[in-house]
Write a protein that binds this ligand. Structure first.
Ligand SMILES: NC(=O)c1ccc[n+]([C@@H]2O[C@H](COP(=O)([O-])OP(=O)(O)OC[C@H]3O[C@@H](n4cnc5c(N)ncnc54)[C@H](OP(=O)(O)O)[C@@H]3O)[C@@H](O)[C@H]2O)c1
Length: 184
């Protein structure tokens, strides 16, 4: 799969390559393959996606190299505090997928109020909250003006109080599949 992707992309190496889901009985073999490619210099960073703490613990028991990134669902309704603390302790960078909860948070009154206060959009407030929490974020848009808007989050800073207000919106609510309860 790696060779095929590299050919399709027309590249000599990848910056980052992830195991998409923690499929029981498969992810350890897949990880060994990623380690080999990393050691050969064909990938600059290797990581995982949708790994819970127990998956990471299990993987690291046998791993030579720790995952460098864990890409998980993360937004104000799913703040993943325990997982984030675990990743921080182990030097694993957390990355947020569906950071805008696929658009479902854009009308939230608290977020709208904060956005108004900073003269920013709700999307920008959420993405800035990601960054100030030390989380890499990968919002997706099909519209050029929104892609620019989503990148324009480096000219303001949320106060600790506003960070806390956003943290408090957590309801452990997923928009995507639960990694512990997913039919692979
Ligand atoms: N690792 C995994 O298992 C996994 C799972 C799911 C997703 N992902 C990745 O995560 C990335 C993002 O996730 P996602 O696309 O599910 O959700 P998302 O980025 O949270 O939301 C995308 C939705 O928000 C809208 N949007 C984006 N920017 C906006 C803005 N500034 N204002 C208003 N609406 C805005 C988009 O509409 P328009 O296009 O109309 O702007 C689209 O409907 C994707 O690249 C995806 O591949 C990874």
């Amino acid at each position: 799969a790696f060779e095929e992707s590299l050919t399709k992309l027309g590249l000599d190496y990848l910056d980052l390559y992830l195991i998409h889901w923690p499929v029981e009985g498969k992810y350890k073999d897949a990880w060994r393959a990623l380690e080999t490619l990393y050691k050969k210099g064909r990938i600059k960073a290797i990581g995982v996606s949708n790994f819970q703490i127990h998956h990471l613990e299990d993987l690291m028991k046998d791993a030579e190299i720790k995952p460098m990134v864990n890409q998980v669902e993360y937004h104000p309704r799913l703040t993943q505090k325990e997982l984030q603390a675990f990743c921080l302790t182990h030097g694993i960078q957390l990355e947020a997928w569906s950071p805008l909860m696929q658009g479902q948070l854009l009308d939230h009154p608290v977020l709208k109020e904060i956005a108004h206060q900073y003269n920013k959009s709700v999307a920008q407030i959420i993405l800035r909250w990601d960054l100030q929490n030390g989380v890499i974020t990968i919002p997706k848009s099909t519209k050029a003006h929104r892609i620019s808007e989503n990148a324009n989050v480096f000219d303001f800073e949320l106060t600790n109080e506003d960070m806390k207000r956003i943290d408090e919106l957590n309801q452990n609510e997923r928009v995507g599949p639960d990694p512990d309860n997913f039919d692979f």
